[in-house]
Write a protein that binds this ligand. Structure first.
Ligand SMILES: NC(=O)c1ccc[n+]([C@@H]2O[C@H](COP(=O)([O-])OP(=O)(O)OC[C@H]3O[C@@H](n4cnc5c(N)ncnc54)[C@H](O)[C@@H]3O)[C@@H](O)[C@H]2O)c1
Ligand SMILES: O=P(O)(O)OC[C@H](O)CO
Length: 337
């Protein structure tokens, strides 16, 4: 099966390496010098410097060439690996270029569009109509996948055909790919765990202890599920790989960029400096505000996300935000607030 990956950041590159263990892969980047570097050095120095790219990966910055490479499209798979902010512009370029026969488009990004408060499947429906759509998510640090370490992911799509096509393409070696038809639940779990990881990083940076982090993960999951159910997701999805699984990974694993943002905020560093130093996207930063927009539309309360947003906005220090969360009125654990 031919697989074209659009976006050559850390995760797009790692997924291309995994896919290339079985399939020919085309890795598209918007940056011509990066495409040249990948072809000549078999490395992506800026985004995933430690990984060697196998010979089965070709690279181009020419989007027409990448689409033509997929051939008549039959059985081929397109993968979108940009940040959420890059989704609409890149899918817009692909619209009309991708042949109708491809198995479908699967995106890897985890977040909510900042300007619209839309989950990725709604962005894709507008920007790339006429193709099958799927999201691939779950606990997965790029560096570990590139190194061939075990990983379990979930592909969610309303199309059973596309779910099976993604499993056929990527369920091999050390990667297990589960299927789900709960697109909203899978996308929301992946989006909000990034915000919770900022909170967990701040919590650990303030040395609030293991009890505090466990409370944050558990209440963060409750908050995510509350919004998800209001949006039409199944509650059970949030205890799966793309909910609890990714939440635990990102809140506790130091490879997480979002967690590192939280740790740096606890040191009192300004957000623009933290983001600039990171050199990668930290989706939790734009996602916190977008999640609050979405929650307001559905009249759902998100106290931890609101606390993170107040810190990102510079309205409160992390310590003040924690004090505010602790001073909330007592309630039953399964209360809807
Ligand atoms: N890194 C991981 O371990 C990992 C794992 C799973 C999911 N994700 C998710 O995958 C997405 C990408 O993450 P990443 O780690 O690759 O980020 P990254 O910061 O390493 O790379 C982002 C990539 O998106 C591209 N991009 C951004 N806007 C674009 C635009 N308008 N047009 C074309 N390209 C654009 C950048 O050029 C870059 O190649 C994020 O939503 C992230 O949450 C990351
Ligand atoms: O580095 P982060 O925080 O963007 O997390 C990466 C992946 O989403 C973990 O599953």
């Amino acid at each position: 099966m031919r697989i074209a990956v659009f976006g050559a950041g850390a995760w797009g590159t790692a997924l291309a390496i995994h896919a290339a263990r079985r399939h020919p892969v085309m890795l598209w980047t918007r940056d011509p010098s990066q495409a040249l570097e990948i072809r000549e050095t078999r490395r992506n120095r800026r985004y995933l410097p430690e990984a060697a790219l196998p010979g089965g990966i070709e690279s181009t910055a020419d989007i027409d060439q990448a689409c033509e490479w997929l051939g008549d499209g039959r059985g081929a798979l397109a993968v979108l690996a940009t940040s959420v902010a890059g989704m609409r512009p890149v899918l817009g370029q692909l619209s009309g270029r991708l042949r109708p026969g491809i198995a479908g488009m699967v995106w890897l990004c985890k977040g909510i569009e900042r300007e619209t408060g839309s989950l990725p499947h709604l962005v894709a429906a507008e920007a790339l109509p006429g193709h099958g759509h799927a999201v691939l998510s779950g606990p997965s640090f790029a560096q570990e996948v590139a190194a061939g370490l075990p990983v379990a992911l979930t592909v969610a799509s309303r199309s059973e055909f596309l779910r099976r096509a993604v499993q056929q393409a990527l369920h091999h070696g050390a990667a297990r790919i589960y299927g789900s038809d709960d697109v909203i639940g899978v996308e929301l779990g992946g989006a909000l765990k990034n915000v919770m990881a900022i909170a967990a990083g701040a919590c650990d940076g303030l040395k609030l202890g293991h009890n505090a982090r466990a409370a944050l993960v558990t209440r963060g999951l409750a908050e995510t599920a509350r919004l998800g159910v209001a949006l039409g997701a199944r509650a059970g999805t949030f205890t799966g790989l793309t909910g609890l699984g990714d939440l635990v990974l990102t809140c506790t694993g130091d490879l997480s960029r979002n967690r590192r943002v939280g740790l740096a905020l606890a040191e009192g560093r300004p957000l623009p400096e933290i983001v600039a130093r990171l050199g990668h996207v930290a989706e939790g930063v734009p996602c916190a505000a977008a999640a609050l927009t979405l929650a307001a539309r559905h009249r759902v309360e998100l106290p931890i996300v609101a606390a993170v947003q107040s810190v990102l906005d510079g309205e409160r220090s992390p310590a003040e935000a924690v004090r505010e969360l602790l001073s909330r009125e007592p309630r039953d654990e399964d209360d809807n607030g």
